[in-house]
Design a protein around this ligand. Structure first.
Ligand code: ZN
Length: 271
């Protein structure tokens, strides 16, 4: 009898799970789970918003808001078969708030996205997720929120895995990941208003890494001869030109080209 009750309960739980959609309570729960594992007080405003394409973090007044599209999250849950997928998306958005990215919403900073991906990997490992579960949302979506400013999926998966591995090392009492650079860098790329540092390696790969991470390749740098321009930087749908004076330009859709950064020889910055 006891066994029967138990299996009925199990069955009910399974059915219920299959029916669960990302309602606001579930979304808040997901955010709460992340916040709990980071030792913070949960002071985020979580809200459903059909006008958001995927999920997004922004500041409104004094509120730190995380808004999400309920059917987007449901699709992720259906395709990835793990509720941790939704948690990983919320973790990414929370990281945008924690790292202060939401203070300048218009900036294009691939490194910021990778840093948030890394955080989501870190937190999910601490929540007991397997690497497979941790990567599930990104494998399905590839673009977890509604801007076109993201690095390509392979780079983001790598960032998530870095965070997950780092948390595992920490849990096991191992030393942090070795900070090593085993490739030859040619240029340092600095974008205006972007605290991240990017590098171009000898194979023309555009690379990001922070002080704790392995380098992650997210784009390319190609030599070109096109009027004044000498190099082209590309990631996802972003293209930038570098002139002979090493100024980085973005061709605005209408009007004048914009000066958006500098590319300097790596050797000049190395000590
Ligand atoms: Zn993001």
């Amino acid at each position: 009898m006891r066994l029967l009750t138990f299996s009925l309960a199990c069955l009910a739980a399974t059915v219920l799970q299959a029916q669960v959609r990302m309602n606001e309570a579930a979304a808040k729960e997901a955010v709460y789970r992340v916040v709990r594992h980071s030792g913070l007080m949960p002071n985020f405003t979580v809200r459903e918003d059909p006008n958001v394409r995927t999920a997004v973090a922004y500041i409104k007044g004094h509120d730190r808001v995380i808004a999400y599209n309920a059917s987007f999250i449901s699709t992720i849950l259906d395709s990835s078969r793990t509720d941790l997928a939704a948690v990983s998306i919320m973790a990414h958005e929370i990281a945008h708030h924690l790292l202060g990215h939401t203070l300048e919403p218009e900036a294009v900073r691939p490194g910021d996205e990778l840093a948030c991906d890394r955080y989501s990997g870190f937190i999910l490992q601490r929540m007991g997720a397997t690497l497979e579960e941790t990567l599930a949302a990104m494998k399905v979506a590839g673009d977890v929120h509604g801007t076109e400013k993201h690095p390509p999926r392979h780079a983001r998966l790598q960032a998530i895995e870095q965070g997950w591995t780092e948390a595992l090392r920490l849990a096991r009492g191992e030393d942090p990941m070795e900070y090593h650079v085993d490739r030859a860098f040619l240029h340092v790329v600095r974008m205006a208003g972007d605290a991240n540092t990017y590098y171009v390696d000898a194979d023309g790969r555009l690379v990001w890494f922070n002080a704790h991470a392995e380098p992650i390749e997210f784009g390319t740098c190609t030599e070109i001869v096109k009027g004044e321009f000498r190099y082209e930087l590309i990631w996802q749908d972003h293209t930038f030109q570098v002139d002979s004076r090493r100024t980085i330009w973005r061709q605005a859709e209408h009007g004048m080209p914009l000066q958006v950064g500098r590319m300097v020889p790596y050797a000049s910055e190395a000590r």
